[in-house]
Write a protein that binds this ligand. Structure first.
Ligand code: UT7
Length: 334
C-alpha cells in the first residue's frame, strides 16, 4: 500500500472476548492443593477463574470466538482483515500459529497472520504493533487478539501458580480512519531479559537454571518466583502508567479508564493509590477471571467497551507487565 500524504488515524471498530463456561472457584482449588479461599482473596483478590475443557476448548477456539465477536460488533467480515495478530504463550502448536488457524476459520485468507510472544503483555504489545503497522501504510484493517489457555500449562499441584491463573481471550479490530485525532496517542514497550527465570515455561532440562533444578514442577509447565515478580511489578506498573499519563498530559481527572493487566489486586491497588486514580477509573475483574495473561487486558477492554465506559474524547490507557520480563502501555482515543 502506498503511503498517503494526508495524516490519518486508527479506529477501534469493535471489540470481543471469550471465556470458557467452566468455573474453578477457590474452594475447588482448596480440594487440589493446600490453600483456602481467605488466603487467596486476601493475597490476590481472586475468587474464581475460568478454565477450558481441554477436550474441546483452548487458545485457538477462544481466539477465534473473541475475534468473531469483535468482527460482529464492528459489523465486519473476516475477509475484510488484512492481518491477524494473536498475543499468546499457550499456542497449541508452535507451527502453525494460532493466528493462521483463526484466519482460516473466519474466512480471512489471505490475510497475513502471526503469533506474538510477550506473555501477559501480549495484547498491549499486539495493539501497539498493529497501530504502527497501520500508520506505516502497510496494512489497513487488523484483528488483534490476546488469547491464553493458562490451565494447559499450570501445574495444579503448585499452590503459588495454580491460584492465580485463568483462561480468557480478548480481541479488537483496528482500521485506518480518515480522522487523524483518533487512535494510539502514545505507546511504550520494554523488556529486561535478565529477569527471565522469574516466570518461565521450560521445555528442556537444559533451560532450567541451576537454582531451580530441584523444582517439582514438570517440564512444559509454568514456573514462577512470585515474590520477585511482585517486586518488579509493583514498581514497574506505577512507573509505566505515570509515564503514559505524563507524556500525554493526562491527569487522574482527565483520563478515561486505566485498563491494567489483572495480575494481583494488591499490585493494581498500590499503583492506583500512588497515582491518585479514582477506583471507578481502574477496572477490576480479577475477582471473577483471575490472571489470564495475554487474555486479560483485551477481556477488560471488551467488558468496558460493551458497558459504554470507553468514552469519546477521554483517552484511556492500557498497561501490562509479565514474563520476559516485559512491560507495555498504550494510550488511545476513540
Ligand atoms: O502476570 C504476572 C504473573 N505473576 C504475578 O503477578 C505474580 C506476582 N506475585 C504474587 O501475586 C504473589 O507473590 C503471590 C500471590 C504469588 C504470593 O503472595 P505473597 O504474599 O508473595 O506470598 P508468599 O509467597 O510470601 O507466601 C506467604 C506465605 C508462605 O508461608 P510461610 O512461609 O509464611 O509460612 C507461603 O508458603 O503463604 C504461603 N502460601 C500459601 N498459603 C496458602 C503461598 N501460597 C499459598 C497459597 N495458599 N496458595
Amino acid at each position: 500500500m502506498k503511503r498517503s500524504a494526508e495524516p490519518f488515524g486508527v479506529r477501534i471498530c469493535g471489540t470481543g472476548s471469550c471465556v470458557p463456561a467452566r468455573v474453578l472457584s477457590n474452594d475447588d482449588l482448596s480440594k487440589l492443593v493446600d490453600t483456602n479461599d481467605e488466603w487467596i482473596v486476601q493475597r490476590t483478590g481472586i475468587r474464581e477463574r475460568r478454565v477450558c475443557d481441554l477436550s474441546r476448548e483452548g487458545t485457538f477456539t477462544m481466539a477465534r470466538d473473541s475475534l468473531k465477536n469483535a468482527l460482529d460488533a464492528a459489523g465486519m467480515k473476516g475477509s475484510e482483515l488484512d492481518l491477524i495478530i494473536v498475543g499468546t504463550v499457550t499456542a497449541e502448536m508452535t507451527c502453525p500459529s494460532v493466528a493462521a488457524r483463526v484466519g482460516a476459520a473466519l474466512g480471512a485468507v489471505p490475510a497475513a497472520a502471526f503469533d506474538l510472544s510477550a506473555a501477559c503483555c501480549g495484547f498491549v504489545y499486539s495493539m501497539n504493533l498493529a497501530q504502527a503497522l497501520i500508520q506505516s501504510g502497510q496494512f489497513r484493517t487488523i484483528g488483534v487478539v490476546g488469547s491464553e489457555c493458562m490451565s494447559s500449562i499450570v501445574d495444579y499441584t503448585d499452590r503459588t501458580v495454580s491460584i492465580l491463573f485463568g483462561d480468557a481471550a480478548g480481541a479488537a479490530i483496528l482500521k485506518r480512519d480518515p480522522d487523524p485525532r483518533i487512535g494510539c496517542l502514545y505507546s511504550t514497550m520494554g523488556a529486561d531479559g535478565s529477569g527471565w527465570s522469574s516466570l518461565y515455561i521450560p521445555r528442556r532440562e537444559q533451560e532450567v537454571p541451576e537454582c531451580d533444578r530441584d523444582s517439582p514442577i514438570a517440564l512444559g509447565h509454568l514456573r514462577m518466583n512470585g515474590k520477585e515478580v511482585f517486586r518488579f511489578a509493583v514498581t514497574k506498573f506505577r512507573e509505566v502508567i505515570e509515564d503514559a499519563m505524563s507524556k500525554t498530559g493526562l491527569t487522574p481527572e482527565s483520563v478515561g479508564q486505566v485498563i491494567c493487566h489483572q495480575s494481583n489486586i494488591r499490585i493494581i491497588e498500590s499503583a492506583r493509590e500512588k497515582l491518585g486514580l479514582p477506583s471507578e477509573k481502574v477496572f477490576i475483574n480479577i475477582d471473577r477471571f483471575g490472571n489470564s495473561s495475554a487474555g486479560s487486558v483485551g477481556l477488560c477492554l471488551d467488558q468496558l467497551w460493551r458497558a459504554g465506559k470507553i468514552e469519546k474524547e477521554r483517552p484511556f490507557v492500557m498497561v501490562a507487565f509479565g514474563g520476559g520480563l516485559t512491560w507495555a502501555s498504550g494510550v488511545w482515543r476513540i
